[in-house]
Design a protein around this ligand. Structure first.
Ligand SMILES: [Zn+2]
Length: 201
């Protein structure tokens, strides 16, 4: 039987992104994604792209502490941080790596509402050093509502962190994102395409 999903990138055959994948980026900081279940089947799933392009990434799906048993254990070790805005958040552009070494970065994936829910249900996340951005990189992929200050896709947020903290060349991530957008919008009429970019999923 013909498969409708590519078994490498897991996007549909029609929107397969395999030819946009570059040699894998070897990031030192382990990226741990806590992904809300409502995000997993979303077509514009940028975590799936991160997983294809980053060497050092773990993805856990769930909402409550019992879903995150393993990451919760990892979080008790030192040098973990959480990518999340807040008053006491360190700005990734200005972090002194000697004073604040980070070897594991937790990132929450979902709509802003779902991300807040994960944060609320998992008080253990509050013990982690928060890391944020002093200036947001240009948002090429507007999938979050405009009024939200933290309006980057998870891929763009991780790319910005890795570019600042590890000085990595993250162009392959942006290229892969652009490739996915191209594949998903290439047959769309202009008005539908506009909605694709504006809609919160
Ligand atoms: Zn593919």
């Amino acid at each position: 039987m013909k498969r409708s999903t590519c078994n490498i990138c897991h996007f549909s055959i029609k929107t397969c992104v395999c030819h946009y994948i570059s040699p894998v980026i070897t990031n030192k900081t382990t990226i741990i994604i806590l992904q809300h279940p409502s995000e997993v089947c979303v077509a514009k799933n940028t975590v799936r792209l991160l997983n294809l392009q980053l060497d050092n990434i773990q993805i856990y799906e769930g909402e409550s502490p019992s879903d995150f048993f393993i990451p919760q254990k990892i979080a008790t070790s030192s040098h973990c941080a959480l990518l999340f805005p807040g008053e006491n958040a360190l700005q990734v552009e200005n972090i002194d790596k000697n004073l604040t070494p980070i070897d594991t970065l937790f990132v929450l994936d979902g709509t802003w509402k779902k991300v807040n829910k994960i944060a609320m249900l998992n008080p253990w996340l509050g013990d982690l050093q928060k890391v944020s951005f002093s200036q947001l990189p240009e948002n090429k992929y507007s999938i979050r509502k405009a009024e939200q200050s933290y309006s980057l896709s998870t891929l763009e947020a991780c790319a910005h962190f890795l570019s600042c903290y590890e000085s990595l060349n993250v162009k392959p991530l942006h290229d892969l994102l652009a490739g996915m957008i191209h594949e998903q919008t290439k047959f769309m009429p202009a008005d539908v395409k506009q909605r694709y970019f504006n809609e919160e999923h």
